[in-house]
Structure formats: structure tokens, C-alpha cells
Design a protein around this ligand. Structure first.
Ligand code: ADP
Length: 221
């Protein structure tokens, strides 16, 4: 594919956005921006900005839009890490961020908004069983599919742990926030003439990946 896709991946927490975005970024040779991974890396590094973000994340709350936009705007700047195509994972998270994204893109069109659809009861189970690498949050495991050596990341040797916000209270709060703030973004994109595609996110990773690439290939060509 000559055109480098510019994509937004939407879906509930635990829908598989991180896992799939990572594979899609490799497949299309585009950048993967996960605002959640970025905030966690900053928090682990102990930067002022990361520690500020962590206060919200651990409570299952959204990080304020001004902080999020600062990070995203830097990445989307001309010549920046996202200038050769991208997949956005975990951003935008509400309508205000979607509007801001349009402003930052300044007329550069998004090829598709992909909604990775998984029922709430399935994601609740996935999130309680999820374990992630502390060094690279995109390396994701579960109680059912642990790394070869317990609990050391197969890919980078980092410790594999449960995320602070994958506890029952924070999970429910995050999913409620998704329903209230993130779900309406799809309507915003449809109303503004974007291509919005829903892909079934239930099933084995490979099967979901096939569905995603076929949806993206149709949207981008
Ligand atoms: P999840 O979608 O499972 O909550 P993420 O890794 O995408 O996981 O995000 C973790 C946390 O990081 C969120 O609960 C929120 O506090 C913060 N965060 C990530 N992206 C955004 C965003 N675009 N706007 C506001 N907060 C965000």
C-alpha cells in the first residue's frame, strides 16, 4: 500500500486496541500513538507531567484535555513522529479531543475511524485477567496467556504486572466514562463525513487482525 494510512482506533478499554494497533502499525509501517502508554512511560520515568497524569489514571479518570493535547500536538507536528501515517489508540477520548484533533490535522484527512466492538461483559473479564509489561505497556499478556517465564516479558525482559487501574472499581469507572464521553465520538465523525467502520473484536487476535486489515484496505484504497 503506497498511501500511509491515518487511522483512529476506537473501542472500550480491553477491546484489544493496544494489541491490534501494535500489529497494524507494523503491518502498514506507520506510527502507533497510545496516549495511555505514553502517560504510563512518563509516570514510570517520574517526570512532573507523568506523575500529574498518574493521579488521574490510577483513579480511572481521564487526564485533562490540555495535558493530552500538549502531547498529541507535539507528535502530530509536521516532520514529527506521526507525519508518515499513524494509528491513534486511546485518543481522541471525548468530543472536545476529536475537535482538537481536527484542528491540529489542519485539513489532512483521516482515512478511517475504526470501532473495535466488544461487549462490556467480555472486556470486564479481559481487563481483570490482563497483565502488562512495565517497560513497554504494548507488550500485553493475561492470566490465561502468561509469558514463557513467569512474569517476565518475552519481548523485552520487563516485569509483567497488573496495571494499577485494572482493579474492579477503576474498570467500571473507566467503562462508564467510555459510554458517556467516548461512545459519542463515532456520531461526531459520521456527522462530519468521515468513514466510520465497526469491526467485531471478539475472537482470536489473528482473526480480528484479518478483519481489521480488510476494513482498512477498503477504506484507504
Ligand atoms: P484504557 O483505555 O484501558 O483505560 P489506556 O492505556 O488507553 O487504557 O489509558 C489509561 C489511562 O490513561 C486512562 O484511563 C486515562 O486516565 C489516561 N488517558 C489515556 N488516553 C487519554 C486521553 N486521550 N484523554 C484523557 N486521558 C487519557
Amino acid at each position: 500500500m503506497k498511501t500511509k494510512p491515518r487511522l483512529v482506533l476506537l473501542g472500550k478499554q480491553g477491546a484489544g486496541k493496544g494489541t491490534q494497533a501494535k500489529s497494524l502499525a507494523r503491518h502498514y509501517e506507520i506510527a502507533h500513538l497510545s496516549t495511555g502508554d505514553l502517560f504510563r512511560a512518563q509516570a514510570a520515568a517520574g517526570t512532573a507531567f507523568g506523575l500529574e497524569a498518574k493521579r488521574y489514571m490510577d483513579d480511572g479518570e481521564l487526564v485533562p484535555d490540555t495535558i493530552v493535547m500538549g502531547v498529541v500536538e507535539e507528535c502530530l507536528a509536521p516532520g514529527g513522529p506521526l507525519s508518515g501515517g499513524f494509528i491513534l489508540d486511546g485518543f481522541p477520548r471525548n468530543k472536545a479531543q476529536a475537535v482538537e484533533l481536527e484542528r491540529v490535522l489542519d485539513g489532512t484527512p483521516l482515512h478511517a475511524i475504526i470501532h473495535l466492538d466488544v461487549p462490556r461483559e467480555v472486556v470486564v473479564e479481559r481487563l481483570s485477567e490482563r497483565r502488562v509489561c512495565v517497560k513497554n505497556g504494548a507488550h500485553i499478556y493475561s492470566v490465561a496467556k502468561p509469558p514463557k517465564e513467569l512474569w517476565v516479558c518475552d519481548e523485552c525482559g520487563g516485569a509483567v504486572v497488573q496495571r494499577d487501574d485494572d482493579n474492579p472499581d477503576a474498570i467500571n469507572k473507566r467503562l462508564d466514562t467510555y459510554e458517556r464521553d467516548t461512545r459519542p465520538i463515532r456520531e461526531f465523525y459520521k456527522e462530519s463525513g468521515h468513514t466510520v467502520v465497526t469491526v467485531d473484536g471478539v475472537g482470536e487476535n489473528d482473526a480480528v487482525f484479518e478483519r481489521l486489515t480488510s476494513a482498512i484496505n477498503s477504506a484507504v484504497s
